[in-house]
Design a protein around this ligand. Structure first.
Ligand code: NAG
Ligand code: NAG
Length: 192
């Protein structure tokens, strides 16, 4: 609960910065994106979808910012080169239209992602994305505990059934002995 409230404050700050970025837009570069606020769970993948267009070949750079760090994820020019930082090389996928895919999310990936598009003339434009990364959902844990409880019930039921069967078997054995006894006595008594 406390974590959520903390996030809300951060969200406000982040959206304010996005607004600032949007106001900063200039030039002939256009960056289309539909969803700028994304929420994923740990180990899931995220796709920051943009469609960049400008005169000439754009240079696309993705940066990551959080409360603790600020670093470059990668820089590429579609069809020319792609330079992804070593830390991200196994998890990041660069796309021609400027989009970026990030897989196997960790809690530390939560933060602010900015794509900067620079055209040959030198002018540039940025767009920011907010990524929230959730831990395994509470509902999942609840589901697990419910399943464990159900399994425990089934196990208890099986044990009860086995105990009952064992009892019934013992009774049958005892009953058989009882019904066989008189016969034996009779056969023994006959010669007399
Ligand atoms: C960018 O390209 C990817 C892969 O080709 C595609 O899935 C995505 O929808 C594109 N993004 C936009 C905003 O067009
Ligand atoms: C790739 O990027 C890193 C950091 O952004 C930089 O230090 C390095 O020189 C770049 N390499 C190439 C081949 O552009």
């Amino acid at each position: 609960m406390w974590q959520f409230r903390l996030w809300d404050v951060q969200d406000v700050a982040v959206f304010l910065s996005i607004t600032l970025y949007i106001c900063d837009l200039a030039g002939a570069i256009s960056i289309h994106s539909s969803q700028r606020s994304l929420t994923r769970s740990v180990q899931e993948d995220v796709f920051f979808s943009v469609d960049v267009s400008c005169s000439g070949i754009p240079t696309i750079q993705w940066n990551f910012m959080s409360a603790v760090v600020s670093r470059t994820i990668g820089t590429w020019q579609p069809g020319v080169y792609s330079n992804i930082t070593v830390d991200y090389s196994s998890r990041v996928q660069a796309y021609i239209n400027g989009s970026m895919g990030l897989s196997d999310l960790r809690l530390q990936d939560a933060g602010f992602y900015v794509v900067t598009v620079t055209e040959a003339g030198g002018s540039s434009k940025d767009v920011g994305f907010v990524l929230k990364v959730n831990e395994v959902l509470y509902e999942d844990l609840q589901y697990l505990s419910v399943s464990a409880l159900a399994l425990a019930c089934v196990a208890a039921l099986l044990m009860l059934v086995m105990w009952l069967l064992n009892k019934v078997y013992k009774r049958i054995v005892a009953w058989r002995r009882k019904t066989q006894m008189p016969e034996n006595n009779e056969t023994e008594l006959q010669p007399l």
